[in-house]
Ligand binder design. Structure first.
Ligand code: GRF
Length: 206
């Protein structure tokens, strides 16, 4: 089983979807070992505690610069033996040290169909506001690998969601979560765990 760390900043409904999927036996190749929050008040920490998973807070503002923050995150990941990293509503920027150390092993969920409404400045409700402003009839969610380009890594899974007349950003956000994010993320995590379990065993020569 791959050891998974989840990075969060907010409510943690995507974390909850992962924990529920694990409890249902849908992530047999992975186990959640630590939740790292970028803010002490992230409700995701309560969800982690309820599931018996260790939660730690690493606040961006406690560190002088991105390099120091990045080093602290890497140290925490290594300390808990994380082999796969999932960004589930993590709003801080991940620096090059972590990205390099976990090349192709960091997964993010973005609430739009990349390459639409993505990149710098597109996070949270802003993504859905932009989709409504543009008048698209279909949006969705994307699970992708993380590289140095914001929302620029290889796409793993996408699912489309209908935009309806009268949608507000909040209503659309909720529909995208229910119909796409909470389904895709656990599936993508299990898929990557199974893949990396095989790869790591092969590289160990076992
Ligand atoms: C989700 O829409 C996710 O796609 C985005 O931030 C939101 C986080 O929600 N990156 P939650 O904390 O998982 O409830």
């Amino acid at each position: 089983m791959l050891r998974i760390a989840v990075l969060v900043s907010g409510g943690g409904t995507n974390l909850q979807a992962l924990l529920d999927a694990k409890a249902r036996g849908e992530i047999p190749h992975g186990e959640f070992v630590r939740v790292i929050a970028s803010r002490p008040d992230a409700y995701a920490l309560t969800r982690a505690a309820s599931a018996g998973i260790e939660g730690v807070v690493i606040s961006r503002k406690s560190f002088a610069d991105l390099a120091a923050y990045d080093a602290a995150i890497l140290a925490s990941l290594q300390e808990c033996g994380a082999q796969l990293v999932v960004l589930a509503g993590f709003l801080s920027i991940l620096g090059p040290t972590v990205i390099h150390a976990y090349r192709d092993r960091i997964i993010n969920i973005h609430p739009a169909l990349i390459p639409s409404f993505c990149g710098k400045g597109y996070y949270g409700l802003r993504v859905h506001e932009a989709a409504l402003e543009r008048g698209v009839k279909v949006t969705g969610a994307t699970v992708h690998l993380v590289n140095e380009i914001p929302d620029g890594g290889r796409i793993l899974m996408q699912k489309a969601v209908e935009v309806k007349d009268g949608d507000t950003p909040e209503i659309l956000q909720r529909r995208v979560m229910e119909q796409a994010e909470w389904l895709l993320l656990p599936r993508a995590v299990e898929e990557q765990c199974a893949l990396w379990e095989t790869r790591l065993q092969t590289s160990d020569g076992r």
